[in-house]
Design a protein around this ligand. Sequence first.
Ligand SMILES: Nc1ncnc2c1ncn2[C@@H]1O[C@H](COP(=O)(O)OP(=O)(O)O)[C@@H](O)[C@H]1O
Ligand code: SF4
Ligand SMILES: [Mg+2]
Length: 408
Amino acid sequence: MPEVVLSAQNLVKHYPIRRGVLRRTVGHVKAVDGVSFDLHKGETLGIVGESGCGKSTLGRLLMRLEEPTSGSVVFEGQDWSGASPKDTRRLRRDIQIVFQDPYTSLNPRMTVGDIVGEPFEIHADVVPKGGRRKRVQELLDLVGLNPEHINRYPHQFSGGQRQRIGIARGIALNPKVLVCDEPVSALDVSVQAQVVNLMEKLQDELGLAYVFIAHDLSVVRHISDRVGVMYLGRMAELGEEDEVYARPTHPYTQALLSAVPVPDPTLRGKRDQIVLVGDVPSPANPPSGCRFHTRCWKAQDVCSQQEPQLELRDDGHGAHLSACHFAEPRVIVETTDVSGLQPDTRFTTTEVGDVPDSGAGLGAAGGGEELGSSQADSTAERAEAMDPPARRPDDLSALTEDPQDRPR
Ligand SMILES: Nc1ncnc2c1ncn2[C@@H]1O[C@H](COP(=O)(O)OP(=O)(O)O)[C@@H](O)[C@H]1O
Ligand code: SF4
Ligand SMILES: [Mg+2]
């Protein structure tokens, strides 16, 4: 078993709800409510769940951008909460974050060089070999950007390129853990593939561990070694990628998987359809017992009375962690390829780091993104030209860059 680099131990974050002129606390939003897991060296742990289930809050807690209400974050055996200011600085270097929105997370008034080099301002004791400028140019090169563009501003880059800038900044200090909060969710599908490929390449080269937060189950499946499924501030299920996707035992995971589009038309009819009734309850007032009981078709009396613990439960082949009193495996589609996206052509046919300059010849073989132009439009147009609309919309392979690479 690889060594544990980061450990979340019963993390809780409750935000006070304040009302009236006296701003009295009238309740708490239980954004994260007792989440534990280990992150191993060099692995990717995916975190999925519907909007509002506490994923971003969890990411901020891991980074110590927020103090937990209770529980702790342990990095390489050291508890963050007991760390001295000096140790805290070191810990902050070793865990970095990449945010979702490459449009708002980069300061428009700073050059790319200043943005990527900013961590060296904050951690002035880190002096890169050969100087800051050289290191920033190396970083730009590493993420597939032209090092000569160091003096350009964020608006001169496309969405995918801006996310590369965010990643370059994230890895500037050679961290051991990168928390990625929806890093590709704001990007066009074909650009998502390029950024995901880049992240995998960097992980191999730098030995990084990722906490990869996203709501897109197929992206998470592709990149993750293990996956945790969150519901209302709690972990519902946690296991190896194939355990969670091919043998989900928690009804919530099964429902989420049944909503993932299946690109292969021959499998569509065979998919187990689960339609969830009711809305997600408020995290200010989560249901008693199992938080999922208000929407679960298997719920029995015990479910509203006793909270099921996240523990090893039989999944038909072995066992993995699930928080359901009546956990049992349920195959959602008649194939191990539950997401319908394996082999995921979105991620296998696009090159990493091959981003041409502004004005450089692009075309289908370029594999990169167009600088400054409407990238989404050009991708859509190219896809349209390559593929008659009748074969889409779910066939994501239609959005790959090179029609030669597409499976027939
Ligand atoms: N700073 C905050 N103050 C109060 N409530 C918050 C704050 N941040 C998040 N929340 C609430 O916590 C819950 C979880 O939010 P979040 O972690 O952003 O979920 P996700 O990233 O899964 O969409 C939501 O109900 C959200 O409104
Ligand atoms: S514990 Fe009960 S309500 Fe919760 S997921 Fe399992 S069966 Fe459904
Ligand atoms: Mg979020």
